[in-house]
Design a protein around this ligand. Structure first.
Ligand SMILES: [Zn+2]
Length: 308
């Protein structure tokens, strides 16, 4: 998951300049992994497994609400392998004020997605920071954001589509997963979210992979063809040598003798090319027919296995 972590760490350092985007990104982080709770709504929590993202959340909160009391909690699992960081807004007034500001964000009535494009990008960044992951492009092209809430999965998908990108949605172990599988589409999303370092890394690997595939395809294709042509030509040359040694080419019927000579002079030519060199020109199948006659004569002379 190193690539995914790198991408998340990079995005954790991106702080949008516009207030609308800061608040929207915070809202995404809240919607995907936050709660307003307590008997009097006295806490508003943002949860995230990454301390870097928690630090970003705190920075966004402090930038928007400098005087609000906050608390940061880190809870490690028993195995100490995973942890949950919580940025908590303390007190009903603060918690409800932030929640109220979330609800005042300018969104489209039907879909609930941010009206402004800048904010849609910010929302996706927040969603990715909360529940997103990206596979190392060396292995495969895959980016996803998962959530248990159908409404949020639909919202994320709608935002991605509204930005002109393609994505799908699938179920996995009780979660909905919004995913992208196309390399170019993932690059575009990384760009929109502002993960330029990850984008460059991704592109480098993609270019290398494409080139490797293309070279492999070419090499495979050419090797197969060349092998076939060369092997056939080598056999023909052997047969011609046999005839030359045993009876001499001048003793052959003129047409066979001409094909034999042209082949000797052009050991690497294809049948079609040999046909072009004949006087008069001959079709590929005509050449093939005569080479077969040469082979049969040579096999009789040599007492070769007729299959060779
Ligand atoms: Zn904005």
């Amino acid at each position: 998951m190193a690539f995914s972590d790198d991408t998340r760490n990079e995005l954790a350092r991106v702080i949008p300049t516009a207030r609308c985007c800061r608040l929207t990104e915070l809202y995404a982080l809240y919607e995907l992994d936050g709660f307003l709770f307590g008997s009097h709504n006295q806490y508003l929590d943002f949860n995230n497994s990454s301390p870097l993202v928690a630090r970003k959340i705190l920075k966004l909160v402090k930038g928007l609400y400098p005087d609000f009391p906050t608390q940061t909690l880190v809870v490690k699992s028993r195995s100490r392998r995973t942890q949950m960081c919580t940025v908590r807004i303390l007190g009903r007034v603060s918690a409800e004020r932030i929640y109220g500001d979330f609800k005042k964000l300018s969104v489209k009535k039907d879909s609930g997605i941010p009206r402004k494009k800048c904010c849609r990008r910010a929302y996706l960044r927040g969603a990715f920071l909360s529940r997103g992951s990206i596979t190392n492009p060396e292995k495969t092209y895959h980016l996803e954001i998962s959530t248990e809430q159908t409404m949020l999965a639909d919202k994320i998908l709608t935002i991605i589509l509204s930005l002109g990108l393609e994505a799908g949605i699938t179920h996995r172990k009780g979660s909905l997963v919004v995913y992208m599988k196309d390399g170019q589409q993932i690059v575009n999303l990384l760009n929109l979210m502002g993960a330029h370092g990850a984008l460059l890394h991704f592109e480098n690997i993609r270019v290398m992979k494409d080139m490797r595939n293309q070279i492999n395809r070419l090499v495979n294709c050419e090797t197969a063809n060349v092998d076939k042509t060369v092997n056939a030509a080598l056999k023909q040359l052997e047969h011609i040598k046999t005839l030359e040694e045993h009876i001499g080419l001048e003793e052959l019927p003129p047409k066979l003798a001409q094909v034999a000579r042209v082949r000797l002079e052009n050991p690497y030519a294809s049948l079609q090319e040999l046909g072009e060199l004949m006087i008069p020109k001959m079709s590929k199948s005509g050449i093939n027919y005569r080479l077969r006659q040469i082979r049969e004569m040579a096999q009789q002379l040599d007492n070769l296995d007729p299959k060779s």
